[in-house]
Every structure is written in C-alpha cells, then in structure tokens.
Design a protein around this ligand. Structure first.
Ligand SMILES: *Cc1c(COP(=O)(O)O)cnc(C)c1O
Length: 491
C-alpha cells in the first residue's frame, strides 16, 4: 500500500520530538522516571512489549497469556508484601487506577452493607492530608466525602488523631507507605488495629514504596502482614522499573475483591466482565513488568533497592550539610522532601523552589511542591521533592556538587512574591471561561502556544508555585486545566 509518509520519516519526526524531552535516563530528573541503571532491563521490557503488542487484555479467556502473566505478578507482589492465600489481586494501568478501584470497592461494599444507593448516601473516606491526589480524584468520581486528617510536622499521620476520625459512616481509611510529598511512613499497625476493631477497611497506598520498602532496614510493620490492612496498591512502573502502565491492587478476601469488578449481560453485545476501569487494554506493560520481575527475582530487587538506599542516605546527608535547607521529617524509602531551614538567620536561608530552579539551570530537575494550610491551621511548608533511583548512586559525584552550588547561588534570596501578580489579575466573577483563562495565563507570562516546544517545563517553578499558592484553589486549578488542555489542541 501507499503510505502518506514513509515509516522511516515518521520515526525520524518522533525522534526529533523525543530529543527535546527531559532525559528519562541517567538520574537527571528526580521525579516521574525510575531508572534502574540497567539497560538490559529496558531492552527486556521492549522485547516483551513487542511480543504482547497485538493482544487485547480485555479477554484473558481468549488470550490465556494475559491471565498467566497476571497470576505470576499477583503471586510475586503478594509474597513480597506479606499476603497469604486469602489475598488476591489485579494488574491495573497504574497507581491512580489501583487507588480508584480500592475506593470504588470499599464504597460499593459500604453501600451494600447499609442498604444505600450511590448518591443517596455519601460515606466518608478518611486519609491523611498527605495522601496521594488519586484519592481526591476517587472521592470526586465515586461520591465519597473526603475527610482529610492533619499530619504532624514530620509529614506522618498521628495515629490517635487519625483514629478519632473513624466512625460508622467511613467506607475506607487510607494511609501511605510512604507518602509521596514527604516520604513519611504513616502508623499502619495502630491505625489498622483501630480500623479492624471498628470493622472499617484500611488501604495502604504503597504505590511508590511497595517495591522498595521490603528491602529497607529497620521499619515497623506496614504491609499485608498487618492484620486489618484490607487492600494495598503497589506500582510496578515505579520501583518495579517497568514502563508506564502497570500497577497491582491486592485485596484481602475474595469477596471483597469481587466487589471491584463490573459485569453486565444486559446489552446486545458480548458479556462484559471488567476487573478494572478500562475495557480493551494493552498487554504490553503487563508483559514488561512480568519479564522484569521474573528476571530480577527478589534478590535483584533487593540489590537495586540497596543502590537507591545508599544514594538516598548520601543525598540526605548532603542536604543536611547545606546551610539554610533541611530534610522534612524522617523520610522512609527512596525519596525525600527539602524545606527551608527556618532555624537559621534569614540571610542564610535557602528557598527550596529557588534552589530547584537553580539546579534545573545546572541540568538537574527537582520537583517543586506547594505549601499547604492544614485543617488545624498548621502549615506544611513548600518543598522540593527528590525521587531517588538506583542510577542516582552512580551520579552522586555530579549531583551533590550541583545541590551545593544551587544553594550557594540563591542563599538569602526570598521566595518570589505572588502578591503583585494576584493584584494584577482582572476582576473575575465565578469560574473563568477558556478564553478568559488563557488571557490570564498569558498575563502571568505563560504562553500556552509555545510551552514544551523548546524543551522541558514551563520555565521557572518558583514564581509559578508562589502564584498557585496565592490564588484561590479553584481558580488555580481552572488555570492549570486551561494550560494543559491547550497543550493538546491542534495548532
Ligand atoms: C505515584 C503514586 C500514586 C499514583 O500513581 P500513578 O501511577 O501516577 O497513577 C499514588 N500514590 C502514591 C503514594 C504515589 O507515589
């Protein structure tokens, strides 16, 4: 047949686009990407995806390979995470889908137990304020009241404060192992004991920690070994080193998990039985994760986690040695958050977002996280987030001097003040429409017609994050929706 463009030319275009992306390998981006530092694993994943490419994961009775790979992945993660024969599981498309399904399951079981219908009753979802945003999304999608519990300055939930929020109208309690923003390990055993006594299911969100914490030294119990933990999510596209699109949701008890499924025979097409949100789905990431777990085995993951542990320890020490910065709390797992050290004089303080921007200028990307006022009035400071991967250990000699130099470059400089920007906003009545939102974005220097064209990011993060904090959340959210929506509009 005649092609409009030759495959070679199309692939060359793709390569040109990819060349402008942030680097996915080599440890220079300390979020989003999880580089094992082992190119053989990437090659293996690609080969497995290629074999699985034409398969439809929708129907494991037609494509038995899908069921076989899923069984192996559930067995591998269940055994790693302390689950017994009563624990079953599902491979999903990612952490968000695992979290959504945990919430949907708990909601449906709560509604059934209370003889209620969706909409008529709104059960609560209780979680620390640091819980991943996927749970806000889940509460929004599935009609639960989100009850967010303030955390301690360390970023970890306080067990007594948390437990006091449990009650008969709670469909699900959620804690993190560890939390994404601060790498704080929530008090799983204490919360689990109270939840279990009250008959409330408890989800442990181990999306980021699940493949690394089993190899972390000196941790209290946090996984399915803890009685009272009824479900757990673990992402294989993070510290399972698989390409994006694969996570596992483990549930204690077959009957609990069956509530996760959707089935219907009441339409004129094929009988639909879906364990996940999607219908047709790729078998590629599943096959890649399967191939990697089979190849590495537990010992392989232990070795990679050891590298990440050594790198995290070294980075923590390096940051603690930088005047004006501090590590938040007592991070658990291969990630950490960095805040200003307010204990030193103002002229010695380092703002974490200015620091992150300075590091970006030197070729290393840290992630800026906003401050948050908690329900009890206390403030969680704005921070820079570092996700540490096995490859980080091999680039510490470059990274540590960059972190020091970036701090030296911005020490004593105050954070950008978003006050002027907010004052300069046009008067807005209600939610802005798309045209107005785009005009506001342009007014604060974000030109949606060119972002991403010349490389990663939207420019300096410090002023953007300051603006996000200063604006009313619904307005900031609407503006960011506009920004992202316009990126995908045909130009
Ligand atoms: C990454 C993450 C999620 C969401 O996962 P996605 O794979 O990005 O959808 C949920 N919880 C925690 C703690 C995470 O780190």
């Amino acid at each position: 047949m005649r092609f409009a463009v030759t495959p070679d030319d199309v692939l060359a275009r793709l390569a040109a686009l990819r060349a402008k992306d942030a680097p996915t390998h080599g440890g220079r981006v300390l979020s989003y990407v999880y580089d094992s530092g082992e190119p053989a694993l990437d090659d293996l994943a690609a080969a497995a995806i290629r074999q699985m490419q034409p398969v439809n994961g929708l129907d494991p009775t037609t494509f038995g390979s899908v069921a076989a790979l899923e069984r192996d992945l559930v067995a591998f993660t269940r055994s790693l995470l302390g689950g017994d024969d009563d624990v079953v599981g599902t491979v999903t498309s990612g952490g968000t889908e695992s979290c959504l399904l945990a919430v949907k399951t708990a909601r449906d079981l709560w509604l059934a137990a209370h003889g209620a219908t969706p909409g008529a009753a709104r059960p609560r979802l209780v979680a620390p304020v640091t819980v991943h945003a996927a749970f806000r999304k889940a509460a929004h999608y599935f009609g639960l009241e989100l009850d967010l519990v303030p955390v301690m300055p360390s970023g970890a939930a306080d067990a007594a404060t948390f437990v006091a929020r449990l009650g008969d109208d709670v469909a699900l309690a959620v804690v993190s192992a560890p939390s994404y923003p601060h790498a704080a390990l929530d008090p799983v055993p204490d919360v689990a004991a109270a939840a279990s006594a009250a008959g409330i299911p408890l989800h442990v969100d181990a999306c980021i920690g699940g493949m690394a914490l089993p190899f972390w030294p000196d941790l209290p119990a946090w996984d399915l070994r803890v009685e009272g933990v009824t479900s757990l999510s673990v992402d294989l596209h993070k510290y399972g080193y698989a390409p994006k699109g694969v996570s596992v949701l483990l549930q204690r008890g077959r009957d609990r998990q069956r509530a996760q499924f959707f089935a219907t025979t009441r339409w004129p097409g094929y009988p639909v039985v879906n364990p996940t949100l999607l219908g047709s789905r790729s078998g590629g990431p599943l096959a890649a994760a399967w191939a990697i777990t089979q190849t590495l085995g537990t010992a392989g993951f232990a070795e990679l986690a050891g590298r990440a542990l050594r790198a995290t320890t070294a980075l923590r020490q390096a940051v603690e040695g930088i005047d004006g910065l501090r590590v938040v709390g007592d991070p658990v797992g291969p990630l950490l958050a960095v805040a200003t050290d307010d204990a030193v004089a103002a002229d010695r303080r380092v703002d974490p977002h200015l620091w992150a921007d300075a590091a970006t200028g030197l070729g290393w990307v840290l992630q800026a996280q906003p401050a948050l006022r908690q329900g009890d009035g206390s403030l969680l400071p704005h921070t820079a987030h570092l996700t540490v991967t096995p490859v980080t250990e091999s680039v510490l000699d470059e990274l540590v001097p960059v972190l020091v130099a970036a701090a030296d470059a911005v020490r004593g400089r105050p954070r950008p003040d978003a006050g002027d920007l907010v004052a300069a906003l046009p008067p807005l009545v209600g939610a802005p429409d798309s045209t107005t939102a785009a005009a506001v974005l342009a007014g604060i220097g974000l030109d949606t017609s060119s972002i991403g064209d010349e490389g990663p990011g939207v420019g300096a993060m410090a002023p953007l994050l300051a603006a996000i904090e200063a604006l009313p959340a619904p307005l900031a959210e609407r503006l960011l929706v506009e920004l992202l929506a316009r990126l995908a509009e045909p130009r």
